[in-house]
Every structure is written in structure tokens, then in C-alpha cells.
Design a protein around this ligand. Structure first.
Ligand SMILES: [Zn+2]
Length: 238
């Protein structure tokens, strides 16, 4: 994990070195201090066409191959087009940035508990493989900040949903004091799903921060139901 120098106030973006070193990729996991305005005005990012989603906690993946006409409904985007910035909004959910560094294909996925239960990340990788001929050997997945397994209390409905979807239940820990409550490891379930589909452990990068316990991030659980979301993005530029 690498943090951007913060000469102008608090840090806005967290990056992973394995993506940063690729000259044709721009990426970042925004902290609470990264505003949409910055992506539109900064010399680095302003030339990119930005794509945002009307996120639905679904497993819908869009392949972006043109200009944005309207906000698409769904929770993942994939593209091989240069100058296209895929932007995911989160506050506790897990943002995942994908890149095939050989064939130069990228993706951005919003993984909440429902999307994770619907295996959205696996679906994204299948689309990358089938539509863009990506190979697991050249794929990198970078997981951004999300709510950690000590903070993420969920109800039985989530546990049962995962069970029904045949997802390994080792990602749950029973609450010791509260009946019918569990703690969910959102990061781990997505990590396991990536491994299941053929991504090596060394290809899965993790910034490992908890949005709920670190004030530099926005947290839906901690801050309540407002509309504030953090922005994570990836784009190609050649
Ligand atoms: Zn936490």
C-alpha cells in the first residue's frame, strides 16, 4: 500500500504499488477527502470520460465501449477503452479494481454483502475472460478499504443468503452475545471467490483498512444513512 504525498491537506487517494507502476493505468481508492470535483479538475484525471453507476447491490456488470449517455444501473464495469475512468462509490462496502496488465483491460466492482452473495466479482472475471480474452495469470485484483470483520455485524438473513448461494460460510463468525447475529468478513469472502476462479493469492492486493473504525474514511454504519460515498477509480491511458 502506498499513500500519496499530502502537500495540500489530508490525503485523498490510496494506491497500490503493483498498479501504480504500470504507466498505462491510473487508479485510486478515494478517502473521505476525495471529491468528484477533484477528478473533474485535476490535470491527471480531467481528460478521462467518467463512468458512474446507479448502484443496486446487484451482480450486473456493464462493458463500457462508448460515451456515457445516462447512468447505468449495476455494480460493476469493465472496459478496454483508453481515457475512460470507471468510478465506484462505497461507504463500508468493498471496492475492487481489476486489471489485466497484458491485454490492458480494467474493471471496477462494488461488492456489498448482497453482491458478494451473488458472486459479482467472479462474474466480472468471467466477462473479462470471455469477452476480452483475459487470462488469470495476467490479472490483478486490488481490494480497497471496507468495513472489517470485527465491525460488520449482520443478521441471519445474510448468513442464510450465503448458504443458499453455496458460498463458504467460514467467512461468518457467530456473535457471542447477540442471538441470530453474525460478523461477516466481506474482504475474505471476495478473496476466496477470486481464488476459487483461479487468481493466485499473490495477485490479490489488499489495502486492508477498516472504513468503520478509521475516520479518514466514510462509513455507512458509523455515520448513518446519508448519501456520502467515497470514490474508487481505475482508467487506462496510452
Ligand atoms: Zn473495523
Amino acid at each position: 500500500m502506498e499513500r500519496m504525498m499530502c502537500l495540500n491537506g489530508p490525503e485523498k487517494i490510496i494506491q497500490v504499488p503493483q498498479l501504480k507502476k504500470r504507466p498505462f493505468i491510473v487508479h485510486g481508492f478515494g478517502t473521505r477527502y476525495l471529491k468528484k470535483e477533484f477528478l473533474n479538475t485535476s490535470p491527471v484525471y480531467k481528460k478521462f470520460n467518467k463512468f458512474y453507476l446507479d448502484q443496486k447491490h446487484s451482480n450486473i456488470i456493464h462493458c463500457i465501449d462508448g460515451k456515457a449517455h445516462e447512468e447505468l444501473k449495476g455494480d460493476g464495469m469493465i472496459t478496454d477503452m483508453p481515457d475512460t475512468l470507471l468510478v465506484i462509490k462505497t461507504a463500508d462496502c468493498l471496492p475492487v479494481l481489476l486489471a489485466d496488465t497484458d491485454s490492458k483491460v480494467i474493471g471496477a466492482v462494488h461488492c456489498g454483502w448482497r453482491g458478494s452473495g451473488l458472486r459479482i466479482l467472479q462474474k466480472a472475471l468471467i466477462v473479462m475472460k470471455e469477452k476480452y480474452s483475459c487470462q488469470p495469470s495476467s490479472l490483478i485484483a486490488a481490494m480497497g478499504p471496507c468495513i472489517c470483520s470485527k465491525c460488520y455485524e449482520v443478521g441471519e438473513d445474510v448468513y442464510h443468503f450465503f448458504k443458499e448461494m453455496n458460498i463458504p460460510l467460514c467467512v461468518f463468525k457467530k456473535h457471542t452475545d447477540r442471538r441470530k447475529k453474525y460478523f461477516l468478513d466481506l474482504r475474505k469472502t471476495n478473496q476466496l471467490q477470486l481464488q476459487e476462479i483461479g487468481l493466485g493469492k499473490n495477485k490479490i492486493l489488499n489495502v486492508g483498512k477498516c472504513t468503520c473504525s478509521d475516520e479518514m474514511f466514510l462509513s455507512y454504519r458509523r455515520d448513518g444513512k446519508n448519501n456520502a460515498r467515497m470514490l474508487s477509480f481505475i482508467g487506462l491511458s496510452f
